[in-house]
Design a protein around this ligand. Structure first.
Ligand code: ADP
Ligand code: ASP
Ligand code: MG
Length: 472
């Protein structure tokens, strides 16, 4: 019997109507005879609000923090009431919601008293989003004759203790998934679990990093050797660029694992960057689908993408970056110099996105973060350091850039008016990336999109929507 892991993001579970749509999509898979595991995000925006409540409490704003919690309590309670009509089930679920908010409020009061928020407590606070949504959705499924059963993801997804962005422990996850989920699936049940949340080996709550529910789905898919992993979201699939930036973006029908991973890493929020790995290892296809338009075939991510006549599949943008220029004053490119620089980034656990070197200087790009002054202070022991924020990375991805000549001229020709700060090509043969000012980013994406997707290959891109818009 085939097994599918279905993940529904925040907008797919944002309110009773969205949860009803999600329930019908799941019911469809179950009716088709598939063993189904469901992974859900917190309801839309809840994660941000929980983080805001924790930050407010830790700054001493107890009233503000509790007010956020109280609004969240009402939203979850109203959603549960709208979905669950059987009185006994409704009251059991509402009691559970009240208990969870009571314990959340206790944590927030504690934070307001001690005025300190550690990554460990932040993970605990933020975990309430998925713990609540998964309970409500499991109950809603049970009411809609889907044999849904709630499973606490923290009992299955085991990680190390890097709170805020913990790394999964694959062997343990496989063991736990086999123990906890297989028997349920064999009984015809549909396990419903929160994404993003996990626990370390001693049972302390951790999280997989923002957007991590996709990763949960992929980890489960890998652990259970699923036949497919479905990522249900609010757009028709992976598009040729973020449709919020470029309204005429087209759906990419099929894309390779490698291309999708590059896009995700370089900012295409539609997929969490780590999602692809467990799927690649076991060669499990990943589908990105729209819960508001479930009949659309979405994007299929497979190991080898078919040939495409356009060089690129999609353009990603990553904003809120900083460029750090390290200019050697004393120690010109000697042996060990780059290592010394990278050791400093490593010490501050700050990942570097792009690097460019010359005889005397090294430029690096990183996510803008509050450790930059400390990093700069350490780097200034080696060289002169400057850093500047509000930068954006534009990344064009496609397997078919391989071996094409004149690509750089075409790319930069399309954005002649934009000042380019750093360029990288070759790190992977399938992407071209460059840094520009954040304020120029959206316009640059639109210009590049017009230049490269004006005449799209219909075997790879969904051109029907564009044709329909032109003829109407
Ligand atoms: P979810 O809550 O379902 O996980 P996300 O908000 O994380 O959804 O991701 C979906 C969003 O990703 C879309 O609404 C879209 O604005 C954005 N996005 C960015 N780049 C792309 C792209 N290339 N294709 C599709 N969506 C993209
Ligand atoms: N709720 C988490 C977030 O907003 C995880 C996810 O939705 O993937 O980051
Ligand atoms: Mg997401």
């Amino acid at each position: 019997m085939s097994l599918v892991v279905m993940k529904f993001g925040g907008t797919s579970v944002e309110d009773p109507a969205a949860i009803n749509r999600t329930a019908s999509i799941v019911a469809g898979r179950v009716a088709a005879g598939k063993q189904t595991v469901v992974v859900v995000s917190a309801m839309a925006k809840v994660t941000d609000q929980l983080l805001r409540a924790a930050a407010a409490a830790a700054k001493g704003d107890r009233t503000g923090a509790l007010a956020i919690s109280s609004r969240l309590r009402a939203r979850h309670r109203d959603t549960a009431c709208a979905l669950i009509k059987t009185p006994a089930n409704a009251s059991a679920l509402c009691n559970l919601i009240e208990q969870k908010f009571d314990s959340l409020d206790e944590i927030l009061r504690g934070l307001a008293a001690i005025l300190e928020l550690t990554p460990r407590i932040s993970d605990l606070v933020v975990s309430y989003g998925e713990r609540l949504s998964s309970r409500i959705i499991a109950a809603a499924f049970a009411e809609r004759s889907i044999n849904g059963t709630h499973v606490d993801a923290r009992e299955v997804i085991v990680t190390d203790s890097q709170f805020g962005k913990a790394a999964p422990l694959d062997v343990l996850i496989e063991k736990r998934a086999t123990e906890h989920l297989r028997p349920l699936l064999e009984q015809g049940k549909v396990p419903v679990m929160g994404g993003f949340i996990a626990s370390n080996e001693t049972g302390i709550t951790t999280t997989l990093g923002r957007g991590g529910s996709d990763f949960t789905a992929a980890l489960l898919g890998g652990a259970l050797a699923a036949d497919a992993i479905e990522i249900w979201t609010d757009v028709d699939g992976i598009m040729t660029s973020d449709p919020r930036v470029c309204p005429d973006a087209l759906r990419v029908k099929v894309i390779s694992f490698e291309e999708a991973a590059e896009l995700a890493y370089f900012g295409a929020k539609v997929l969490h960057p780590a999602t692809i790995l467990p799927a690649v290892r076991k060669n499990i296809p990943v589908l990105v689908l729209n819960s508001k338009n479930p009949s659309n075939e979405g994007t299929r991510i497979i190991s080898i993408a078919p040939h495409c006549s356009s060089p690129f599949k999609s353009i990603a943008v990553k904003k809120k970056l900083s460029i750090i220029d390290v200019v050697a004053s004393r120690m010109l490119m000697t042996h060990g110099y780059l290592k010394a620089i990278f050791d400093i980034f490593d010490k501050h656990q700050c990942p570097v996105d792009m690097v460019s070197t010359s005889e005397v200087s090294v430029s690096l790009t990183v996510d803008s973060n509050d450790k930059l002054p400390l990093i700069a202070a350490d780097l200034s022991q080696l060289a002169d350091v400057k850093y500047e924020g509000k930068k954006a990375l534009i990344c064009l991805v496609g397997e078919d850039i391989r071996g094409q000549s004149g690509m750089a001229a075409q790319v930069f020709g399309a954005i002649k008016h934009v000042n380019v700060r750093m360029i990288s090509q070759g790190a992977s043969e399938i992407n071209m990336s460059f840094m520009i000012e954040e304020d120029d980013a959206d316009e640059a994406v639109r210009s590049l999109h017009a230049a490269f997707f004006g005449n799209p290959d219909p075997t790879i891109f969904d051109t029907e929507a564009r044709k329909a818009a032109v003829s109407s």
